[in-house]
Ligand binder design. Structure first.
Ligand code: GDP
Length: 193
């Protein structure tokens, strides 16, 4: 769908660096190592487009990608680094809050949840921030290929239980595997609509 029409636009470190809000955008949020880069690469069909965020501080930018001429795909910095410096976390939170509260062209946020772990406390914090910012969000499970049968359903139940507490959450959960390609088409069509 987006193959060949996706490009990196810019990395943004402050609100005044945001591109004009003249087109709809969707953003991706998730804990570090949740599989966000892999998912964006799978979605866009461009390996290596989104860099893996393996070191704290390396991707404290809001990364903008163009999808054709009508959409932006926004990669938010990964959160929840165990050893992230306090100053890094504070700076990230301030930018994130300002972005979520002030970005009028933001249509939907995708909150990525590792299918092996379910919703953690830091994920709940982000979801609460989205509630308060009145940004509707949809949960995307990642690495579904790593979880089998009963465990798969058990985690989904846990996630549904958590989502029920968040007024800004879409009830439908998208289950994906960047490795196997599951759910990627579904996610592409959601972004395109
Ligand atoms: P990020 O920090 O959220 O950008 O996460 P990455 O995309 O760098 O992925 C973190 C790790 O999870 C890497 O070792 C990936 O290879 C692995 N990973 C990501 N997506 C999948 C998936 O769908 N299936 C499996 N099995 N591993 C995945």
């Amino acid at each position: 769908l987006f193959v060949g029409e996706v490009d990196f636009l810019k990395g943004v470190v402050a609100m005044d660096g945001l591109p004009p809000d003249d087109r709809a955008e969707v953003c991706f949020a998730g804990r570090s190592n949740v599989g966000k880069s892999s998912l964006i690469n799978a979605l866009t069909g461009r390996k290596g487009l989104a860099r893996a965020s393996n070191t704290p501080g390396r991707t404290q930018e809001i990364n903008y990608f163009t999808l054709g001429s009508e959409r932006y795909l926004v990669d938010l910095p990964g959160y929840g680094f165990a050893n992230a410096p306090v100053a890094v976390v504070a700076k990230w939170q301030a930018l994130l809050k300002a972005y979520l509260a002030g970005r009028v062209s933001l249509r939907r946020a995708f909150v990525l949840i590792d299918h092996r772990h379910g919703v953690k406390a830091v994920d709940n914090e982000i979801m609460t921030l989205l509630d308060r910012s009145a940004v509707t969000f949809q949960v995307v499970m990642t690495k579904a290929d790593k979880v089998k049968g009963a465990e798969h359903d058990k985690i989904l139940e846990q996630v549904r239980g958590q989502l029920a507490k968040h007024p800004a959450a879409y009830p439908e959960i998208v289950v994906t595997s960047s490795e196997k390609g599951d759910g990627i088409g579904t996610l592409r069509s959601i972004i395109a609509t």
